[in-house]
Design a protein around this ligand. Structure first.
Ligand code: GLC
Length: 733
């Protein structure tokens, strides 16, 4: 529709129709949706259903085409609905969780994964996905770290922007494209105590320096929507935070798209205690700039009266309706209200062999090899037995894979059985996935209780391990133990799994642990008892195949940690880009007292950001700089020579870190400023160069001006965030 026609449509709408556009209804109102938040009597009327602007979490080409047809026929101006859903890491073909995808350090791969997800979801009638989640995270107690891209602003920004490009392409009208909704704005990943929905307190400098850049990268990539977060940010809930939405997001970041609240977040303004009644909640949210109310009755039940009594100017209503109509128009819904919904396409696109192959490749590239003593990996195929609750479990999708079917997943057991090399290898479950006395609370539906004779299972596992050359122990956290509302106070593996680990380690020292998890865990027991640890996260539909290909060496792991694995729960939050403090501690735990240290644990995480091994080995030459001085108009070329010093072709991610040695405020001990993946054959070398610019050195100065300051800087180039392979340069006027 031409803009002039859209303007005319807006002016023709009644107040009731305009308010209707600002309402998103839950899919289960149509008895067909997935519930992804608290259910309950939402207080909507039949009129709300007649005039709504959007539904969420309903899928299916036939269902949505029928619904769209019936809805538009009865709507006074025949305005099409927007269908939105959580396509977080794939639709029916499930990809690794975003935290794992970030470990690929490969934005192009992540973009491609998002494009597959978009094509599948679009065929099923979806117009908008509630992704990318760009919340910076440093606390693994928070279950939603699994949806993030980890602890680094630079990497998170690249991943968020890649997902936006993958979903949206260059034109939303293109077949197979859906609109991206950036979330959760802002600072949701920093809740006190790692407890979901809890208070967030961030100085403006920390907010701007660490938490906003990834959101800004998604906005700059053109995301069409932004979702407000549940949390208070410095005591103001985001859905009512005018400074955050109108000043930061719209004026500073230049976001002109649609802002939608999170699930029922407008009604939660009452619980937050900043709205005395629903009418005030509606006023605060609209004034702040929330265009669409996700499944709360606040806008539906209060905006009409607020406009009629003059408290809410029609201008606010019209601005929000305009943004929603404009999005529908950019999607081409006025001309093609079904967009790409196509029952025939669903049969060929969803779970196609091509999509499965892409999911498998993405999974293989997301795995992180944490240990591999005595080169226990890769396997020959017949030299190992497989034990553990994940050895045959199909539960390899992240918890937000709410439209997928576990029967489509290739478990490790299935992959073993269909591979000639491993068809006969023995498999034993060993124990349940969860401690029987602490089963996870289901995300969407009650979980089937695990049944197993624990003693018999353990005995069988020990008997199998005793005579084996090697043992592959498949352990991990149940997928329902991460994700939304899945905060944990203890990052240990379940006791039943630790018991199995001890029992197997007691009879066989050639232990390989394959670890499945949605978050960093306390891996000390594994590091003590296993010679090899392969971190596979929650790898998705082709997970089992990807794991087996990696265990057998067809895939050489190349993933690098997107989030630090803490020494233990007590060390959290932990992240590599911390400040130095006035008493930095380099010594051991017992070597002194008066430093910034613990008396009982080290300061360093067990495995740091950017870390990951390979079946081959690499070395980096010393850093060379093209100049010792940098000005605002010059650049410096920083380079190393990477060499594959091992016996297999492999891929290394070379990382560039910079440290500002002195500033008008304290600066992190290092910050990631570049990365590049390099594949080399055994013995091969390649120069890896980065261009350093003055813009890279800018930060929020004491004055809060975003600028660089002259002085000395250290450059580090290496294979993880601990590298001390460095050189120094000076920024001068
Ligand atoms: C949930 C989540 C959000 C999701 C939305 C719709 O509560 O916080 O990430 O997109 O509701 O399901």
């Amino acid at each position: 529709m031409k803009e002039s026609e859209l303007r005319t449509l807006l002016s023709d709408l009644s107040l009731e129709e305009k308010i209707g556009q600002l309402i998103q209804l839950p899919g289960y109102f149509q008895n067909a949706g997935n519930i992804t938040g608290p259910a309950g009597d939402m207080g909507f009327t039949q009129e709300d259903l007649r005039l709504a602007g959007s539904y969420l979490s309903i899928i299916g080409a036939e269902k949505l085409k029928k619904m769209q047809t019936e809805f538009m026929a009865q709507h006074p101006h025949h305005i099409p609905l927007l269908f939105m859903a959580d396509i977080i890491n794939g639709y029916r073909t499930v990809f690794p969780i975003p935290l794992a995808q970030a470990c690929t350090f490969d934005p192009e791969l992540v973009e491609d994964s998002a494009a597959v997800a978009a094509r599948e979801a679009a065929a099923s009638g979806i117009h908008v996905t509630f992704s990318p989640m760009a919340d910076l995270v440093r606390d693994a107690r928070w279950g939603r770290v699994m949806e993030s891209a980890g602890e680094d602003p630079f990497l998170s920004g690249h991943m968020a922007a890649a997902m936006v490009r993958g979903y949206q392409g260059s034109d939303l009208r293109e077949p197979g494209r859906i609109a991206a909704c950036l979330k959760h704005f802002a600072g949701y990943g920093a809740p006190e105590g790692g407890r979901d929905y809890n208070t967030v307190e961030l100085s403006e400098r920390t907010l701007r320096e660490d938490y906003l850049p990834a959101y800004a990268a998604a906005v700059n990539a053109g995301c069409e929507l932004v979702m407000t977060s549940f949390n208070t940010l410095n005591r103001i809930p985001s859905a009512a935070n005018t400074w955050l939405l109108r000043e930061i997001l719209r004026r500073e970041m230049g976001f002109e798209g649609m802002i939608i609240s999170d699930w029922n977040a407008l009604e939660e303004l009452l619980a937050h205690g900043i709205a005395a009644d629903p009418s005030e909640a509606a006023f605060l949210a609209l004034r702040a700039g929330v265009d669409m109310d996700m499944v709360s009755p606040i806008y539906a039940c209060n905006l009409k009266a607020l406009v009629e009594n003059g408290k809410v100017p029609m201008k606010w209503i019209d601005e929000s309706v305009w943004r929603i109509l404009s999005l529908k128009n950019r999607l081409g819904l006025f001309e093609h209200p079904f967009k790409d919904a196509d029952e025939t396409a669903e049969k060929t696109v969803l779970l196609s062999d091509e999509n499965r192959l892409r999911a498998r490749k993405c999974a293989e590239q997301s795995f992180v090899l944490l240990r591999n003593e005595d080169a226990l990996l890769p396997l020959s195929g017949t030299d190992a037995v497989f034990i553990g609750p994940y050895a045959e479990s199909p539960l390899l999708n992240g918890v937000w894979s709410i439209f997928a079917d576990d029967s489509d997943t290739v478990s490790l057991g299935s992959a073993l059985r269909r591979c000639p090399q491993t068809r006969e290898v023995p498999i034993a479950r060993g124990c349940t996935m969860c401690d029987p006395e602490q089963p996870p609370i289901g995300f969407q539906h009650p979980l089937p209780l695990e049944t197993l004779d624990a003693e018999t299972a353990l005995e069988e596992a020990v008997r199998l391990a005793k005579n084996a050359e090697k043992v592959v122990l498949c352990l991990g956290e149940h997928r329902e133990c991460s994700g939304e509302a899945a905060s944990r106070g203890d990052l240990s593996l379940p006791r039943c799994q630790l018991r199995l680990l001890d029992a197997v380690a007691a009879v066989n020292s050639n232990l390989i642990v394959v670890l499945f998890t949605g978050r960093p865990l306390d891996l000390r027991p594994l590091a003590e008892k296993a010679k090899s640890i392969l971190l596979c996260w929650l790898p998705g539909t082709e997970g089992g195949e990807a794991v087996l290909n990696t265990l057998l060496g067809a895939n050489n792991p190349s993933g690098k940690l997107s989030m630090s694995f803490p020494y233990c729960t007590g060390q959290v939050p932990v992240h590599y880009n911390h400040l130095n403090t006035g008493r930095p501690w380099k010594g051991g735990i017992r070597e002194g007292r008066f430093g910034s240290k613990y008396q009982d644990i080290p300061n360093a995480p067990l495995y740091p950001f950017g870390y990951g091994l390979s079946y081959t080995t690499f070395t980096c030459s010393p850093v060379t700089l093209s100049a010792a001085h940098l000005t605002r108009s010059s650049t410096i070329r920083a380079a190393v020579t990477l060499t594959n010093t091992g016996t297999r072709t492999g891929t290394e991610t070379v990382q560039l870190y910079i440290r500002d040695l002195s500033g008008s405020v304290a600066r992190p001990v290092r910050e990631l400023k570049g990365f590049t993946r390099v594949s080399l054959a055994p013995g091969e070398s390649q120069e890896v160069a980065f261009t350093i610019t003055e813009e890279m050195l800018r930060f929020y100065r004491l004055s809060m001006e975003y600028a660089s300051e002259c002085g000395d800087f250290d450059v580090f180039i290496g294979c993880d965030s601990r590298t001390d392979n460095g050189a120094r340069f000076t920024l001068t006027e």
